[in-house]
Design a protein around this ligand. Structure first.
Ligand code: DOR
Ligand code: ZN
Length: 356
């Protein structure tokens, strides 16, 4: 391998913090970070402040993104007990519905006991539009069954444990409509990394799991539809505080981590492109823009440095790792928007994928 021209990537799970958390990230800093990682479309999560659960809150994110996004984007609607009646009406404005069944950053939640809310959303949200669930452990089983009973598919976010991937594999083998994503942190880090990272910096949801869980994810790569980052920017002073928020910024290193794994013979480049470009486009119905590609030097070794990142988080759990393979340039609709560490994208030129 050496210098290759490849299709641009799509990240179906990012937190861009607008509205309400702009000191951590905004649509401009986050989408510049995405482009530096070879990603030309991001799907932004609704656990903002306020959460994106109705037309008014959604409009805040839509306006921020229209003004500032440097790459294409979709915005998720958050599911909750209060928006059962009108979530479906908002479907044309969003890339999908996100259901938080576990505790994590922010307040957006469907209570784990609130089976009715989950089932109502699954029944009502358009069946041809994705529903993504943060559903760990037994809650993954709950989400899969509720989707099945509603005669629709469900996508399980950031699968991190052996039991979860075994459940999804079993469901897939029975023909149940479930897809899933795994994040780089769960493929490349485990509980064994917590002492090195420090407790606050290692906080992430789902938590870093055991080396056996990590191995199970690699062993079941055939059942993993997508690799998504769950890019969750928080500042170092927040991560190092007494109440560290969970999450890692990952947009700028995820593809390089996967390319490094290709070098190590853990999977093929096609396996990576399927999970970071093709499957995300298929699942969310995102067409490839014309005249769009990335150039990658698959041999280049480099060390990620938080201080050099476009993300306002400006740190990485992979600081100083030696990675092999790096995005050299990104061309979006004929315009070179990134090359060699410099971002040339114009804020506000990213398109809302829902406006089709
Ligand atoms: O680690 C995480 N951070 N997991 C989540 O589910 C949310 C995210 C965030 O928004 O910071
Ligand atoms: Zn997330």
């Amino acid at each position: 391998m050496a210098r290759l021209r490849l299709p641009s990537l799509v990240d179906i799970h990012v937190h861009l913090r607008e509205p309400g958390g702009e000191h951590k990230e905004d649509f401009e800093s986050g989408t510049r970070a995405a482009l530096a990682g070879g990603i030309t479309a991001v799907l932004a999560m609704p656990n903002t402040q306020p959460p994106l659960i109705d037309s008014e809150s959604l409009a805040l994110a839509e306006r921020a993104a229209a003004a500032r996004a440097c790459c294409d984007y979709g915005i998720y609607l958050g599911a909750c007990a209060q928006n059962i009646a009108f979530a479906a009406e908002l479907a044309p404005r969003v890339c999908g519905l996100k259901c938080y069944l576990n505790d994590t950053f922010g307040t957006l939640r469907i209570d784990a006991d609130d089976l009715r809310t989950l089932r109502e959303h699954f029944e009502r949200f358009p069946k041809d539009r994705p529903i993504v669930c943060h559903a760990e452990g037994q809650l993954a089983a709950s989400a899969i069954l509720c989707a099945h009973l509603a005669n629709r598919s469900v996508h399980i976010a950031h699968v991190s444990r052996a039991d979860e991937i075994a459940l999804i594999r079993a469901a897939k083998e029975r023909g149940i409509a479930v897809t899933c994503e795994v994040c780089p942190q769960h493929l490349f880090l485990s509980l064994a990394d917590v002492p090195r990272l420090g407790k606050g910096r290692a906080e992430v949801r789902p938590r870093l799991a055991t080396p056996a869980d990590q191995a199970a994810l690699w062993a079941n790569m055939a059942y993993i539809d997508c690799i998504a980052t769950d890019h969750a920017p928080h500042l170092l002073r927040e991560k190092d505080s007494d109440s560290p928020p969970p999450g890692f910024p990952l947009l700028e290193v995820s593809f390089a981590l996967m390319l490094t794994a290709v070098h190590e013979g853990r999977l093929s480049l096609e396996d990576v492109l399927e999970r970071m470009a093709h499957a995300p486009r298929r699942l969310f119905g995102i067409p490839e823009p014309e005249q769009t590609w990335i150039e990658v030097d698959t041999d280049l070794t480099w060390q990620p440095r938080g201080a050099e990142m476009f993300s306002r988080a400006a740190w990485t759990p992979f600081e100083g790792w030696t990675l092999r393979g790096r995005v050299e340039s990104v061309t979006l609709r004929g315009a070179e928007v990134y090359r060699g560490g410099i971002s040339y994208a114009v804020a506000g030129t990213g398109r809302n994928l829902a406006a089709r």
